[in-house]
Design a protein around this ligand. Structure first.
Ligand SMILES: Cc1ncc(COP(=O)(O)O)c(C=O)c1O
Length: 308
């Protein structure tokens, strides 16, 4: 992670060091925030944000599920993101919009606390490491089950919900693995701590559906489209833990991680194979603007006037 110069905070750009909040910020105490992870890529048409509208839509949906009214329009947040990337002079970057309950009345009832919005951008390489991206990561099935929709709202990308991923990530990391794989509360395979999961067996690709309490990943949906476009059969269905050990290939998808093969699960080797490689090659072409058929997924960063 490389620090940038400016962060957009409640309508203005402030120095990275000055983007601060009060200690009584509601979201700090109770996790009442929602966020997005987005990437912008260097393309032949300049810097372009991948599936920007879909990320902004998910941000609004997440906020809506927690009854937070975002005090900006979709277009205002889009323009603010363009401006933040430009003013930081970044050709490619990770983008982190955050909507959270600020300092207001203390106590669990959140609806009287102000809603604040920030957008940070920074250069961020391979989330699970360059070697992991190339050769595959080692995954461990977590003893922590994925949060269920009987307790919270797994479809919302809400900050407080991420203590679940954090616990799983710590456990996997302390055991010497790069990533945790969480089962849902029924014991079926759900996803990684910050990625969706796909299994390849006999040429057919499977990924858990929404009944498994997944986060509806935007890269998951991109990969489903790309894989079908490449001619693969792809099904959304429940996946039993044992299938992980029998799979020909397993891979993870997410905005931060992109597409990462899993080369070992719970000490059992998994092949890093041609299906993952071909989907990843096609995906790389799409995000870098080399496949004109998917140009609509790219939001080119427009010129914005720089204040005198
Ligand atoms: C828990 C979880 N699942 C899945 C994903 C993948 O989602 P996306 O492809 O939209 O980045 C993420 C990443 O944001 C995540 O945090």
């Amino acid at each position: 992670m490389k620090q940038a110069d400016l962060i957009w905070m409640n309508g203005e750009l402030v120095a990275w060091e000055d983007a601060k909040v009060h200690v009584l910020t509601h979201a700090l105490h109770y996790g009442t925030g929602v966020f997005e992870g987005v990437r912008a890529y260097d393309t032949p048409r300049g810097t372009a944000i991948f599936r920007h509208a879909d990320h902004i839509d998910r941000l609004f949906r997440s906020a809506g599920m927690y009854l937070m009214d975002i005090p900006y329009t979709r277009e205002e947040l889009r323009a603010a993101t363009h401006e933040t990337i430009q003013r930081n002079n970044l050709k490619s970057c990770y983008i982190r919009p955050l909507v959270f309950r600020g300092a207001g009345p203390m106590g669990l009832f959140p609806l009287d606390s102000p809603v604040e919005v920030t957008i940070a951008v920074w250069e961020w390489g391979a989330y699970l490491g360059d070697e992991g991206k190339r050769l595959g990561v080692r995954g461990k099935v977590s003893s922590f089950r994925r949060i269920s929709s009987n307790a919270v709202i797994p479809a919302a990308k809400a900050t407080g919900q991420y203590v679940n991923s954090v616990l799983a990530k710590i456990e996997a990391s302390k055991a010497g693995y790069e990533e945790a794989i969480l089962l849902d509360d029924r014991g079926m395979v759900c996803e990684g701590s910050g990625e969706n999961l796909f299994v390849v067996k006999d040429g057919v690709i499977a990924t858990p559906g929404f009944a498994a309490d997944i986060l509806g990943g935007i890269n998951r949906s991109s990969v489903i489209t790309i894989a079908r476009d490449l001619g693969y059969e792809l099904v959304e269905r429940d996946i039993a833990r044992g299938e992980l050990y029998l799979a020909d290939e397993v891979f993870l998808t997410g905005t931060a991680a992109e597409i990462v093969p899993v080369r070992e699960i719970d000490g059992r080797a998994v092949g890093v194979g041609p299906v993952t490689a071909s989907i990843r090659a096609a995906y790389d072409d799409v995000v870098h603007g080399r496949d004109p058929r998917f140009a609509a997924w790219l939001d080119p960063v427009r010129a914005v006037a720089t204040p005198a």
